[in-house]
Write a protein that binds this ligand. Structure first.
Ligand SMILES: [Zn+2]
Length: 140
């Protein structure tokens, strides 16, 4: 079962709903189990932070203004860059969800390290770049 996606944001000319939907459809099996909702909101109540996870209600909040507004127009339009920033934030919070009852891990360190593991389509974009870099390295 996939979490519901709720959107309530006006900022900033990026279709965050579409990006989040793609990420959720391709997330590794099991990591979203029990997650109730991903809420895409304009900004956080305190104006700080990119995202947060609410353990009691099993919700992830993403704050679009904090994630996207600082990015120059060209970066926003690049698709890859919004994908990366949203992916890092969403993946971080998915890790908090996965490890919500795991007392063994240092939660923030773990979430930082694992964020992109949950964001499969991101690697579809990055893979050809990685291959090219590997190829160029072999040539010298
Ligand atoms: Zn965190």
């Amino acid at each position: 079962m996939h979490p519901k996606i709720i959107e309530d944001y006006q900022c900033c000319g990026v279709d965050v709903r579409k990006i989040v939907g793609t990420m959720i459809r391709h997330a590794p099996k099991g990591c979203l189990d029990g997650l109730d909702t991903v809420e895409i909101l304009d900004s956080s109540p305190g104006g700080k932070g990119f995202a947060c996870y609410h353990k009691e209600s099993r919700r992830i909040h993403l704050f679009v203004r904090n994630l996207i507004a600082w990015q120059p127009w060209l970066l926003r339009k690049s698709v890859v860059f919004p994908y990366l920033t949203i992916g890092l934030a969403l993946g971080h919070e998915i890790d908090h969800h996965v490890n919500r009852d795991n007392e063994e891990v240092e939660k923030e360190v773990h979430a930082e390290a694992k964020a992109l593991d949950y964001i499969f389509p991101f690697f579809l974009i990055v893979k050809p770049i990685k291959k090219l870099v590997t190829y160029l390295r072999k040539k010298d």
